[in-house]
Design a protein around this ligand. Structure first.
Ligand code: 4AD
Ligand code: MG
Length: 427
């Protein structure tokens, strides 16, 4: 029986398969803390009640020994989960001694070197449970709204998000790159299916060593035909809010363990505030962080802007020069694009980027040339503007950045099982 289900087995004989988190001895009683991935429970062994061999075996359980424990489940109001198990038998499945991660403070480099073991810690497995629920809830919402999950390639011949962060690889005799974003392919799929999304890893060879940058991260990217910037932003806020409500409902214990009150997560409801890039510059001026018009924000700027809001805030209409080649200029003000970034509260920075795409053939061709991109590689993408072009929009939501905010993580590296960072490819 899984530990999470023990509450339904009060008074019954149970068998638990799991790992020993710790062993505490107190005279003729031994307390074994057990975990099995679903939860934690304490098994209590009493010398007076047990055959000698069983009693002796309970002392052989070093941290992370894997065991099969049998016993009787008993309600205990003081215990986490409300139950304890009176141990009757124990089988050692796999021994463990000198486990490297001790119940004390370790440096983060040591923990990252031992990421394959660190994952077993309460905090880390709680993060991964929330990650799972979040990703599942995102897919469920998109499915309910009529989006088709369509997968985009990881090996690509050309850039989506600028040529400076491309991961180069070889594709037999040709050069290829790992995908930075499925967006361009998503646009083709949206012309076929109307509303689509891809949910995949993205790769950015960014020489940034910040608490918000991963080299490999996961992104969900919805793309919608016949949709403008406003429709796009409404989709962002409804999707994010709905997935967060699901986390609050299904993971209240994990949230509390990580220092986030579930009610704070529930409060993230649309509409999110919207400000223009120009309004954001005014805030930055007031905060003594002014930048010249046209420049993109860095982490301190995003933190200063988001500090003014309780909810995530959309910053829209960025300067055309600061943004990707495919973004549609505002017809009323071509020096800005119909794009928006969603900035998370509490200084966690940009978690979503998106907007309306150029739907005009001539303008798209001009932009490709201005950005020095090899037009022949984008002929297929130009076809989407040759054959029945429509206004369309979409966005990318970064899973780890969003989780880092919701779970109050110090660094995005904890929001993915095996982080890939500037100086870390192992384990
Ligand atoms: O703003 P970005 O670069 O947008 C795109 O890739 C678009 N093509 C998406 C689209 O419109 N379909 O990335 C989107 C999001 C960011 O807001 C951030 O959450 C996340 O992806 N992200 C990263 N997360 C972790 N580490 C990095 N290095 C990231 N770069 C982007
Ligand atoms: Mg962005």
């Amino acid at each position: 029986m899984r530990i999470a289900e023990l509450g339904q087995a009060i008074g019954q004989a149970v068998e638990i398969e799991g790992w020993v988190v710790g062993l505490r001895k107190s005279g003729g009683i031994r307390f074994l803390a057990l975990r099995d991935g679903s939860g934690r429970v304490q098994a209590v062994a009493r010398e007076a009640d047990l055959p000698q061999d069983v009693w002796e075996r309970t002392a052989e359980c070093g941290q992370e020994t894997s065991v099969r424990v049998t016993g009787t489940c008993r309600a205990d109001a003081r215990a986490p989960g409300g139950v304890e198990v009176d141990l009757r038998g124990i089988e050692i499945v796999g021994v463990s001694s000198d486990y490297p991660i001790q119940p004390k403070e370790h440096g983060v480099d040591f923990l990252l070197d031992n990421r394959h073991l660190w994952l077993r810690a309460d905090r880390q497995s709680a993060i991964l449970r929330v990650r799972h629920v979040f990703m599942h809830a995102v897919r469920e919402w998109l499915d309910r709204e009529g989006f088709i999950g369509a997968d985009t390639p990881i090996l690509t011949p050309s850039a989506c998000e600028g040529t400076t962060t491309l991961f180069e690889t070889t594709y037999f005799e040709q050069k290829a790159y790992l995908s930075q974003s499925g967006q361009l392919y998503n646009e083709a799929l949206a012309m076929a299916l109307g509303k689509v999304y891809c949910f995949a890893p993205a790769f950015r060879a960014e020489r940034s060593k910040t608490r918000r940058h991963l080299i490999e991260f996961w992104m969900v990217e919805p793309e919608m035909a016949f949709c403008d910037l406003d429709g796009c932003l409404q989709t962002v806020e409804r999707l994010l809010s709905s997935a967060l409500q699901e986390i609050a409902r299904r993971c209240p214990d994990e949230l509390r363990l990580l220092g986030r009150d579930p009610s704070e997560v529930q409060k993230v409801q649309p509409p999110f505030p919207r400000i223009s890039y120009d309004e954001a510059l005014k805030i930055l001026d007031e905060e003594g962080l002014g930048i010249p018009w046209g420049e993109d924000f860095g982490a301190p700027h995003e933190a200063a802007i988001s500090k003014r809001f309780e909810l995530p805030v959309f910053v829209h209409r960025y300067p055309t020069q600061a943004k990707a080649f495919y973004m549609k200029p505002d017809p009323d003000r071509p020096e800005v694009v119909l794009s928006a970034d969603l900035l998370a509260p509490e200084g966690y920075g940009e978690i979503v980027g998106g907007g309306q795409r150029i739907d005009d053939y001539d303008l798209l061709l001009q932009r490709l040339q201005e950005h020095d991109l090899p037009v022949q590689d984008y002929e297929w993408y130009l076809d989407l503007r040759r054959y029945g072009s429509v206004p369309h929009s979409g966005f990318g939501l970064g899973i780890e950045r969003t989780l880092a905010w919701v779970l109050r993580l110090e660094h995005v590296r904890e929001a993915i099982p095996f982080p890939r960072m500037l100086y870390r490819l192992r384990p």
